[in-house]
Write a protein that binds this ligand. Structure first.
Ligand SMILES: Nc1ncnc2c1ncn2[C@@H]1O[C@H](COP(=O)(O)OP(=O)(O)OP(=O)(O)O)[C@@H](O)[C@H]1O
Ligand SMILES: [Mg+2]
Length: 365
């Protein structure tokens, strides 16, 4: 995730000998902006992205150098007040640029012990076309999924009621205890199936909307998971106490996040560390809508990572890497989060898998 780049920079900046190779090697373009908004440092990736050299770039006004217009201006003002802003899918438009490029941009304040405050501007080029295609395909798949589930739920629920009723009648007629064991199995299994259908269709009920804090969701899940998997599982919490409440369906939100946490526990076979982290993001774009305030929650595990062949498809229904999986957990989670106007992103490599949930905070709520 691109924020990690900035964090690494923040930690290492004073140790020039350590930080230089890091900055040179970063794929992200990093610029350091002084108090007067003049660029005082650019790494090689920034030179490449902005098609300029350190000699030419340094000393220029960052607004001229990074042609992003008013959004960057606003983010700089926020950084001067100590706030970090994430701008997603901004287009750099400038006559000097040979073509338009789309970037995700993070603007954050940096306190340097000797030289006073400055600002880090971090730019990550995104292949917008790829992202849009992925978003659209995902949306289409989800719509199809919703329709199939609704149709199936209808077809399954009705006969189930009949089967259960008949089994109960039969049960009351039977005197043989051994035979009644069979009717008990029928009732039990129809209940289980009916519960599964409810779970699947749960996402499509008219949802209850109430204000709640995401920390209550995370804490509920943490306690629940610890009860289910008491040994060898460790949770680390890194909560931002200032995250605002969001408006939504509390029970559904628990279901969505639980699906992600359960996957992590299963992937680590119950042993390992899960980190729960919350942050506030300002000026963040989700599904091409700009939101003033967005709450970010990430769930990170140190398990083996998602199998490479599955990575692109895990949010699609019926995609599973487990022999007893139904492949519905993440499809449902994504569906619930998008009903709340948000999205889930995922980055995975062996030893570190992170699911990041972004949820907009509605103005005036
Ligand atoms: N944290 C993770 N680490 C490794 N693999 C993961 C992780 N999360 C998800 N996966 C992979 O993604 C697949 C899809 O997950 P999803 O929750 O959609 O379905 P499932 O867990 O297989 O089944 P269900 O949740 O319906 O019981 C999983 O089977 C697993 O292979
Ligand atoms: Mg799952």
């Amino acid at each position: 995730m691109h924020h990690d780049g900035a964090n690494a920079l923040q930690m290492n900046y004073t140790q020039a000998d350590v930080s230089q190779p890091i900055l040179d090697g970063l794929k992200a373009a990093v610029l350091l902006v002084g108090a007067d908004r003049r660029v005082i440092f650019m790494n090689p990736a920034a030179e490449g992205l902005l098609e300029t050299s350190t000699q030419r770039g340094c000393g220029q006004d960052v607004i001229d150098l990074v042609p992003m217009g008013m959004t960057l201006q606003a983010a700089l003002i926020a950084a001067e007040q100590g706030e970090t802003t994430t701008l997603r899918e901004e287009v750099l438009r400038a006559p000097i640029q040979s073509e338009e490029i789309t970037v995700d941009c993070t603007v954050s304040p940096l306190e340097r012990p000797l030289d006073g405050p400055c600002i880090i501007v971090e730019l990550n080029q995104v292949d917008q076309l790829a992202r849009m295609t992925r978003d659209t395909t995902l949306q289409e798949r989800q719509d199809a999924f919703s329709q199939v589930v609704r149709a199936l739920a209808h077809e399954i629920k009705n006969p189930l009621g009949g089967i259960r009723g008949a089994a109960q009648l039969l049960d009351s007629e039977l005197n043989d205890k051994n035979l009644r064991e069979y009717t008990r199995i029928i009732t039990h299994e129809t209940d289980r199936l009916s519960g599964l259908v409810d779970r699947l269709t749960g996402g499509y009920r008219a949802s209850d909307r109430e204000p709640f804090n995401l920390h209550s969701v995370l804490e509920h899940i943490r306690k629940l998971t610890l009860v289910e998997t008491p040994q060898g599982l460790n949770f680390e919490r890194d909560y931002d106490p200032s995250i605002p409440e969001i408006l939504g369906d509390h029970a559904q939100m628990i279901q969505a996040v639980l699906n992600i946490v359960r996957n992590a526990v299963q992937a680590m076979a119950g042993r390992g560390c899960i980190q729960l982290r919350t942050r506030v993001r300002r000026q963040c774009t989700i599904h091409h809508r700009r939101h003033r305030l967005v709450v970010e929650a990430s769930i990170m595990d140190d398990g083996p990572g998602i199998e490479p062949g599955l990575r692109e498809r895990i949010f699609f229904p019926m995609v599973t890497g487990r022999h007893d999986g139904t492949g519905l957990g993440l499809a449902l989670a994504q569906e619930i989060i998008s009903r709340h106007g948000g999205l889930i992103e995922c980055a995975s490599r062996p030893g570190q898998t992170t699911f990041t949930i972004l949820l907009p905070v509605e103005d005036g709520s």
